[in-house]
Design a protein. Structure first.
Length: 429
């Protein structure tokens, strides 16, 4: 059980909050590359950890991330002009390079002033179809981490950004909670469940809801890793011909500060729950594999093909209580939720809890073990930073061998850990 104070520590991410200080020690995604489609195109206003920034692509095609408000008298650069190697404020025309250099000040001819001052600019990178920034202390900038989805051709990857009105932790906890998959997502995971049957959903190899056995009360085991932890959900499998019992295991690595990898039969789903502020989260969903993947298929399975809930143009998830979060109760005789699609269901559940849920009022059970570990690891990482140490995983620079494991049958001496040997388990070091 969390105390109200611990809940506050876990959920507040602004610059003056301990969690905000801890989160600022890492690189974060600020937008999808596709949101800055061309050099000198429209700038994008982005919100990260309770602060506003402007992201833009300059004439050379490189991305820049600056404070949103102009250093002169604080007009928004998000409505500025992007041209000739920089971004220009509409108010008095000051122009800034992506590194914060002041290139022009039309209403002040003093060159020494321009040379002496600099606009607040942040280290920015583009990799894996996303733009990343580091907004923490200058002397603590960590190595830029590499993920498996940075490799391979673009057609093997789909990136969806979903801006949801809920605290990041509510969304992230859903990713540490295997027992909800066969229930909340039963329309995708086990469509016969509500009729007391089992029907494995194995037709779509990009379905992250695919579970292979009818066991909704998995045993969880958790192991700390260099970057956070990984956990297994063990479901009871059918015995082998000689009677040997089996387990169906499904492994999820949880990567600080906001990431996890969810398995689908032929793809890995990387998910980052990036806090815009205490009350809103940008979920980045990255489907990646060794073969091409179709954006429309992923939108459909996620329930993001329904424009009442989500649109490509602004990435906002739109459910409100005005119409019971968009639920269609007339469908509930046939399907479980009256919603359609995995991300639609996850976002709805997080919103239904209220913007910041009160964790001091929960009733927890063994199936919540990985959720509890997430909270403890987060609090430990906050404690480390407040004590002047480094946060969990900040030195891990290469995640390319970290994998999730889709439902896999093990028996006898076989262990789940043997199937994810690149996951940096601390127990196996
Ligand atoms: S406020 Fe931006 S140039 Fe004056
Ligand atoms: Fe889910």
């Amino acid at each position: 059980m969390m105390t109200p104070q611990e809940n506050d520590t876990l959920t507040r991410v602004g610059p003056a909050a301990p969690m905000g200080r801890m989160m600022r020690r890492y690189w974060h995604p600020v937008c999808a590359s596709s949101q800055l489609p061309k050099p000198d195109g429209d700038p994008l206003r982005v919100r990260l950890l309770g602060e506003n920034f402007v992201a833009f692509r300059d004439s050379s095609g490189a991305v820049g991330v600056l404070d949103e408000l102009c250093m002169h008298r604080r007009a928004s650069l998000a409505i500025g002009r992007v041209e000739d190697g920089g971004i220009r404020c509409l108010y008095h025309g000051w122009k800034f390079g992506r590194d914060g250099t002041i290139q022009e000040t039309p209403n002040f001819c003093d060159e020494r002033f321009r040379a002496r001052m600099r606009a607040p600019a942040y280290p920015a990178r583009e990799a894996g179809g996303m733009v990343w920034a580091y907004i923490g202390p200058r002397d603590k900038e960590p190595a830029f981490p590499k993920f498996g989805f940075f490799d391979g051709p673009d057609e093997n990857r789909v990136i969806l950004r979903i801006n949801t009105a809920a605290n990041y932790l509510q969304l992230w906890e859903g990713g540490c909670d295997s027992s909800h998959v066969g229930v909340l997502h039963s329309n995708r995971a086990n469509p016969a469940w509500m009729k007391k049957g089992f029907e494995a959903a194995t037709d779509e190899d990009y379905n992250p809801g695919a579970i292979t056995v009818p066991d909704n009360a998995p045993d969880l085991e958790v192991e700390n890793t260099a970057y956070g932890f990984h956990y297994v959900a063990k479901r009871q499998g059918a015995p082998l011909a000689d009677g040997t019992p089996t387990a169906s295991v499904r492994v999820t690595p949880v990567m600080f500060p906001t990431g996890r990898i969810i398995p689908a039969p032929a793809f890995q789903f990387y998910v980052f729950e990036t806090p815009q502020d205490d009350f809103k989260t940008s979920t980045y969903l990255v489907c990646h594999g060794d073969k091409p993947v179709n954006r429309e298929d992923i939108k459909r399975i996620m329930g993001l093909d329904d424009e009442r809930f989500w649109r490509e143009a602004d990435c906002e998830f739109r459910a409100t209580w005005d119409d019971r979060l968009g639920q269609d109760r007339s469908r509930m005789a046939e399907d479980w939720t009256g919603f359609r699609g995995i991300e639609q269901e996850d976002a709805i559940i997080a919103i239904s809890m209220g913007a910041i849920v009160d964790r001091s009022k929960e009733v927890l059970i063994p199936a919540d073990m990985a959720v509890v570990r997430l909270r403890h690891r987060l609090l430990e990482s906050v404690r480390r930073v407040e004590a002047g140490e480094d946060p969990i995983g900040v030195h891990v620079a290469d995640y390319t061998d970290v994998r999730s494991l889709v439902d896999t049958t093990i028996a006898g001496a076989d262990t789940w850990q043997a199937h994810v040997s690149g996951n940096m388990s601390e127990a196996r070091r």
